[in-house]
Design a protein around this ligand. Structure first.
Ligand code: SF4
Length: 291
């Protein structure tokens, strides 16, 4: 793995209307490439133009760009990071850019939705707690609650046990936390026991929402990489994928209906939400009382 420093032309992507799953109005990524090396990562797809995803590109002017672009937005909405590259990969311990990005978000009074697999996020609990006075959601991606399986599927990421411990600590600090339970890998993670374990561990850690995805997407270069990893980790499984999915992009779990029904029961039992609640800006009167 190599680290390269680059200059970003722009940082914030804008969504015309908040996306229905994550509630995001704006997104940014500080890093390109990711050290967590999840075998299923969609960011390896050709369309993203990242030739060697295991190399890390650090946008060293990210904070200057963000500090310039964010205050020029007319509409306040949920700012997200973590969809293309984890902002709290090991490289962040060295660069500290995610922390400085949170300072910008706090300074300009924007709500935040951060997605990560790393307990390094705990380093920034102080800032997240202050952003949470407006709205801060931290979603931990957990596809299996089994540490041993996760170590094979997500070899560079902290274990699910560490993620749940971080979730609980953030919840205690007043941050809204939840789980992005996606992807659930077909024929590997698609058991009722796994869904139960992910959801019940989330509840125990203070999660208020779990976003499910019973299946995965596969395309071009990312599919090649994933199948090579299946050959290494689960000999024989590639042939079952090829028979079932061919060249399809959407690869839902064979037992999706059963998993969904089971998940619905867990959600009802524990009073969980299944989407990040849309952000509603405070009315002018409320804003004054916040000052
Ligand atoms: S943490 Fe996310 S961005 Fe990083 S390798 Fe895993 S799936 Fe990809």
């Amino acid at each position: 793995m190599a680290v390269h420093e680059i200059q970003a032309k722009t940082m914030l992507s804008h969504h015309t209307s908040p996306d229905p799953w994550f509630g995001l109005k704006y997104t940014f990524n500080i890093y390109r490439g990711c050290q967590h090396r999840c075998i299923y990562c969609d960011s390896r797809s050709l369309c993203y133009g990242i030739d060697d995803f295991d190399d890390i590109l650090v946008k060293v002017n990210a904070i200057e760009r963000l500090a310039d672009e964010l205050p020029r937005k007319r509409v306040v909405g949920l700012v997200g990071t973590g969809s293309m590259s984890d902002p709290y990969g090991p490289i962040e311990a060295e660069y500290g850019l995610a922390r400085r990005a949170l300072e910008v978000v706090l300074r300009h009074r924007y709500p935040l939705h951060l997605i990560t697999k790393s307990d390094l996020v705990l380093r920034d609990t102080d800032l997240l707690a202050r952003i949470a006075e407006r709205a801060a959601y931290v979603s931990f991606t957990v596809t299996t609650a089994d540490d041993e399986l996760a170590a094979r599927l997500e070899p560079g990421a902290p274990s699910p046990t560490r993620r749940y411990a971080a979730m609980a600590a953030l919840a205690r600090a007043g941050v809204t936390v939840g789980v992005t339970m996606m992807p659930i890998l077909p024929m590997i993670e698609d058991t009722l026991e796994n869904v139960t374990a992910v959801v019940e561990s989330a509840v125990a850690a203070g999660a208020t929402y779990v976003l499910p995805g019973f299946g995965m997407t596969l395309r071009n270069r990312q599919r090649d990489y994933y199948y090579a990893q299946l050959d290494r980790l689960f000999p024989g499984l590639r042939a079952r994928y090829e028979r079932r999915y061919g060249e399809r992009y959407d690869c839902s779990c064979p037992n999706t209906a059963q998993l969904q029904a089971h998940f619905d029961g867990l959600v009802a039992q524990h009073g969980l939400q299944t989407r990040v609640p849309p952000y509603v800006a405070p009315s002018p009167g409320q804003q004054l009382s916040l000052l």
